[in-house]
Design a protein around this ligand. Structure first.
Ligand SMILES: Cc1cc2nc3c(=O)[nH]c(=O)nc-3n(C[C@H](O)[C@H](O)[C@H](O)COP(=O)(O)O)c2cc1C
Length: 152
C-alpha cells in the first residue's frame, strides 16, 4: 500500500480472529528494530513478544489478542516513553501492511506477570496483534482532529 494511503487507513483494531504467523511476527519485530530511540541507546530497550495463553489470560485490557508485544526500557522518563512510541508505531504500521489487526496498548502494562519482562526493565508501551476480518481503506480524517497552530 502506498505510504500516505496506509497512514490514513490506520485504525485501532480490537477484534482478532486468529494467531499471526512466525513470518508475520518476524516482519513486525524487524519494523520495531527499524524504529528510533533517543540518543541511539538501543540497549536500554527490550522487546517481549508474548504468545503464551497462560500469560495472556492474566493480562487485562488486551481484547483477547493472541499476541502482545511489550516494549520495556531501563528507565521510564519522557525520552523512554517517546522512544517506545516510535517502536510501537513502526510495528503498528507493519502489522497493517500485512493486513493484520493491531492496536497500541497501555492498559495491560500493569498486569504483566512477574518474570515475563527482563529484570531491570519497565514496561513502557505495547501492541496487541492478531489476524482480523477488518479491511483497511483510507478514512475521512479531519485536519482539525488535533487542534493546530501554524506559527509563521
Ligand atoms: C499512548 C497510547 C496508549 C493507548 N492505549 C490503549 C489501550 O490501552 N487500550 C486501547 O484499547 N487503546 C489504546 N490506545 C489506542 C487509542 O485509544 C486509539 O488509537 C484512539 O482512540 C484513536 O483511534 P484510531 O487509532 O482508530 O484512530 C492507545 C493509544 C496511544 C497512542
Amino acid at each position: 500500500m502506498e505510504t500516505f494511503e496506509m497512514i490514513q487507513s490506520r485504525k485501532a483494531v480490537r477484534k482478532y480472529s486468529g494467531q499471526i504467523t512466525d513470518e508475520q511476527l518476524n516482519n513486525i519485530l524487524l519494523a520495531a528494530n527499524a524504529g528510533s530511540v533517543g540518543l541511539g541507546k538501543f540497549d536500554e530497550y527490550r522487546l517481549t513478544a508474548i504468545q503464551k495463553p497462560e500469560i495472556l489470560s492474566q493480562m487485562t485490557g488486551i481484547y483477547d489478542a493472541p499476541t502482545v508485544i511489550v516494549v520495556s526500557g531501563k528507565n521510564n522518563g519522557l525520552m523512554d516513553g517517546n522512544s517506545a512510541g516510535t517502536i510501537v508505531h513502526n510495528m503498528e504500521l507493519e502489522a497493517e501492511n500485512q493486513g493484520l489487526g493491531a492496536n497500541y496498548n497501555m492498559a495491560s502494562l500493569g498486569f504483566i506477570p512477574d518474570g515475563v519482562i527482563p529484570d531491570g526493565f519497565k514496561p513502557l508501551f505495547a501492541l496487541t496483534l492478531g489476524q482480523t476480518d477488518e479491511t483497511f481503506t483510507p478514512r475521512e480524517i479531519s485536519l482539525k482532529r488535533i487542534q493546530t497552530n501554524i506559527v509563521k
